[in-house]
Design a protein around this ligand. Structure first.
Ligand code: KIV
Ligand code: ZN
Length: 543
């Protein structure tokens, strides 16, 4: 393998957006994605124009290796984003990452080792000098594959700053071109995090040879505020995820960071040496793709966006109170600091109907950024016709729901063939379902339940026979109106692992049944394959 990738511009006059939705985001319980889903999201991240995509942790499983390799080959074009793979500070991890990434035009290895006393003592069981030596050696090893190497001292937020300065200096000397400062447990406050970045700038002698990056979790709800304080003190790469998904309370949210830097540009400009009124963008992201990307990530990961979520939540731009509505009618700026269209939240555009043909359907999907194979397109068109029969006007949002639902279907071990329910205030809710089993045999069963959805679950569960506990069930309407498509997301737990299922249909009982079968399919597929490693919590010898 030859060294390639020039590496980042060390002193960018804007912030680099490093998206880790496909790596840290995917570490959220129940958010796991298959290869096709990851590719779909990666293509959309490229349209969003993030600078770097952390596509996964190639050593974790053959599936993750495959996903990173395909993203590198397909999305890592010369004008596209840099593709990055995570590796613990171990030769095996780093080599695997390089193998997965080498097809990309620009690629980066991100290697890490913990530097806080608590992590070194209990997780690594290593002393400080050993950790510094490993960091140095592994950065140099990564550098033998690519010029673009990122190093993270895990749990930097709780590490001794003096020790951190030493580790960072040695990592940069060994070839790291980005040093990433993680607040792994979301413990710091904005003032503290800003001061930590300032301290690094002042005390690491060779810091001008690397981009300072930040990574942080939202355990105290401070991740975005911490990052903005870091930007004021010299951080120029932000590691974030769509909708803020990620381990525990999640990561800093991409849409919040990007919009804060965009809307409050005049406040942040001076920290970049720009005049306050400068119009030069502080991020390279295509703002118009934010909303679509958020919806895609939510639909494919099954991680629902709370209605009051900043920027992308359903209520973020709706005004309930009479006073607000009156003000809005007189002048939108009275209560609105962002025009919804800036992030691509257009009025619910009605584009297609019952009479629209396959060409119009395919063209609109292309315009929406979906690249489907012929088979996927045919399947999605059948679904579209079905929806258009029941719903007069099919909007872009409906189309997104249909297509994401189609992509989300794999793997199909169990197939729902037939659902029939009877319910009402005078009858016991009863469901009859037919499921095609992995061996092709069709099984039919009837069950009663507390309501029609429960009856369907009981009937399916009795056929499939895989023990699980329902931990979340949610229904959302894709658009307004009585004929709206309903999206159901469910999460089930089996032996401490959560699996999610998502489906969309005009009939919500049907959507619920499909969502349950989809979650069961994920569970059943996971039982057949080797589990995926968590890069941070798996106990393994480092070095
Ligand atoms: O939270 C964290 O510290 C991480 C590292 C692997 C960067 O995700
Ligand atoms: Zn993290």
């Amino acid at each position: 393998m030859t060294a390639q990738s020039a590496g980042p511009v060390i002193n960018p006059d804007r912030v680099l957006i490093f998206d880790t939705t496909l790596r840290d985001g995917e570490q959220s319980p129940g958010a796991s994605l298959n290869v096709e889903e990851k590719l779909t999201i990666a293509r959309q991240l490229a349209r969003l124009q993030v600078d770097i995509i952390e596509a996964g942790f190639p050593f974790s499983s053959p599936g993750d290796f495959d996903a990173v390799q395909r993203i590198a080959a397909e999305v890592g074009t010369p004008n596209g984003p840099t593709i990055c793979g995570l590796a613990r500070a171990r030769k095996e991890d780093i080599k695997k990452a390089a193998e997965a990434l080498e097809e990309a035009a620009k690629w980066r290895i991100h290697t890490f080792i913990a530097t806080s006393d608590i992590h070194m003592k209990y997780k690594l069981k290593k002393e400080r000098p050993e950790v510094v030596a490993i960091a140095e050696e592994m950065v140099a090893y990564a550098k033998s594959f690519t010029n673009d190497v990122e190093f993270s001292p895990e749990d930097a937020g709780r590490s001794d700053p003096e020790f951190l300065y030493e580790v960072l200096e040695r990592a940069i000397a060994a070839g790291a071109t980005t040093v990433n400062i993680p607040d792994t447990v979301g413990y710091t406050t904005p003032d503290e995090f800003g001061a930590l970045i300032r301290g690094i700038k002042q005390n690491v002698p060779n810091i001008d040879q690397a981009v300072i990056s930040v990574h942080g979790h939202n355990d105290l709800g401070l991740a975005v505020a911490n990052f903005l304080a870091a930007v004021q003190n010299g951080a120029r790469q932000l590691e974030c995820t769509l909708n803020g998904i990620g381990e525990r309370a999640g990561n800093a949210s991409l849409e919040e960071l990007v919009m804060a830097l965009h809307v409050r540009r005049s406040f942040y400009n001076p920290f970049f040496g720009h005049a306050p009124e400068s119009e030069a963008p502080l991020v390279g992201v295509n703002l118009k793709e934010i909303y679509r990307t958020s919806r895609m990530v939510s639909q494919l990961t099954g991680m629902i966006v709370q209605p009051n979520k900043a920027i992308v939540g359903a209520n973020a731009f709706s005004h309930q109170s009479g006073i607000h509505q009156d003000g809005m009618l007189k002048n939108k700026l009275t209560y609105e600091i962002i025009d919804a269209q800036t992030i691509g939240r257009t009025e619910n555009q009605i584009v297609l109907g019952k009479l629209s043909g396959r060409n119009a359907f395919a063209t609109r999907l292309k315009e929406l950024g979906f690249e489907l194979t012929e088979t996927e397109l045919n399947k999605a068109f059948v679904r579209f016709k079905d929806v258009a029969d029941k719903k007069k006007e099919v909007s872009d949002r409906d189309l997104e729901a249909i297509v994401n639902d189609e992509i989300r279907q794999a793997p199909k071990l169990y197939h729902l063939e037939h659902v029939q329910v009877s319910c009402g205030n005078q009858s016991i809710p009863t469901a009859t379902v037919t499921v095609q089993m992995p061996d092709g045999v069709e099984c039919t069963n009837a069950a009663i339940g507390a309501g029609p959805v429960d009856a369907v679950y009981q009937a399916i569960s009795q056929i499939v026979g895989i023990e699980n506990e329902l931990v979340e069930f949610s229904v959302q309407a894709v658009t307004e109106g009585i004929d709206a498509i309903g999206e159901v997301t469910i999460r089930i737990r089996h032996a401490d692992t959560v699996f999610s299922g998502h489906a969309a249909d005009n009939d919500i009982v049907m959507a619920a049944a499909l969502a349950y079968v989809s979650a069961l399919n994920r569970l059943a597929a996971a039982l057949q394959t080797e589990g995926k490693r968590n890069p941070q919590t798996e106990v393994v010898a480092i070095g």
